[in-house]
Design a protein around this ligand. Sequence first.
Ligand code: GLC
Length: 534
Amino acid sequence: MVSGTGGEWWTGAVGYEIYVRSFADHSGDGIGDLAGVTDHLDHLVGLGVDVVWLTPFYPTPGFDHGYDISDYCAVDPAHGTLDDFDRLTAEAHRRGLRVVVDLVPNHTSAEHPWFRDALANPRGDCRDYYIWEDPAPDGGPPNNWVSHFGGPAWTLEPGSGQYYCHLFLPEQPDLNWSNPDVVAEFDRILLFWADRGVDGFRIDVAHGLVKDPLRRDNSLSRPLTPDMGPVEIFESYDHDHDLDQDANIEIFRGWNQLLRSRDIILIGEIGVSDQKRASRYVAGGDGLHEIFFLESTYLPWDVESWRQAVTGLQPLAPTGVSWVLSCHDRPRAVTRFGGGERGARRAFALATLTMGLGGTPFIYQGEELGLPDGRIEEGRATDPLAVRNPGSPEAGRDGCRTHMPWTDGPTNGFSPADRTWLPSQDRPAHLTVAGQSDDPDSMLNLYRDLIAFRHRTPALWEEPLRWPDSATEVVLGLRPRALMVLNMAPEPREVRLPDGPWTVSFDSRCGSCRSAAAQSLVVTRETCLILTRT
Ligand code: GLC
């Protein structure tokens, strides 16, 4: 718990996503590992975050870079050992940092012993761990569900003549969450990591676990056209029957109950754009504690989109939303908002807005440096989204997954190896941790300042928030003791304030450069201010 607050330890906290493959390589094989994370914990302490989320480090054949797990209770040799995990957790805890691990319950790897057994013994117990259907009358897939990564969500298994379901790659078969044995297996997995001392779980594709038992077709929300890439095709369906089924919520109620005495946070990746539906996952207080609302990584630099997202979700789930601006699946915010100085300015203005909200905002490694996407060497793409769909207009996710730039030495100090798993252009010195650390005006120091400001300003997450409609290009959030003003316009805007007195306590242009505010205030273009009552 952030000091001075009541409630759970995550109240008012700030999170940090570590994409383990690209954070720091201790062993020297060109792939990031757990010991590398331990080496750099002090960077996170210096930044001021409270909790780290580690992307999957479990044994995997690596078709989806670890999101295809072949053993949920071990560490992949490329990332280290269970001892490395224990050391990392102990060292993190010693520094007051919490550790959240990634749990992938929607699918396993096709190399998981359960799926191997399901193939080898069609009458065995493991068969029903997965979702099998007979072909449609024409011999094709049983329905029109599509995979996120292109093509149908069904693959024919010639041995049995049945299709199995996979919302991602054929190498990632979906589990059958209607089977109580699957529920029991995951209870064991959750307890395995809870007993090892983790402080929480980030639940991958949490909105996808349960599927319509009748396997009905999804309806199309717009016509498919030949020029669409896999993501656009996936998003052209309504997903009434393969995603966001009510029964998902029951599963998380069970987990909440199972882990009740453990002080553990459950954060679900919820790819559901409807705010009311997304908030169901946290509504009762007895299921997930927070949702990663991925929609925020799709919003353009546009005042109406942001006003709607924040005004829609805050009253529904004031402390149950983890705002995310960048993550390992989306182009980085700086790149999405135009790159360069402008992209960085906009991304930090939005970071200031989201740090002023309830829940646990998560920063993605490198976001604190104002990083744009990295440049991958020609022909070295590795993301299945790109590699499996040659000629697709969609670029894939490699650009946001390049190595963390620590120094301006070779591989930016990420790895002692000559070649890294995702060869990319090194970053210039001013975009590295070493290059920014001692520069008081750097993005890194702005983030340090912002996080410290959030921690010492409980009004930001304790008080109810009102969002009056406003005709200007300004998002305005009102609390009894704090105001947020985000001017998204390309020029300054004048804003009238409610009765004060108010002080500008945080300014996305210069951090905690305090100034008194009169009844009306001129806000610089593309700037977010947080004002507190004096
Ligand atoms: C989640 C992960 C993504 C992965 C997918 C399948 O969306 O964040 O990286 O490819 O699930 O597990």
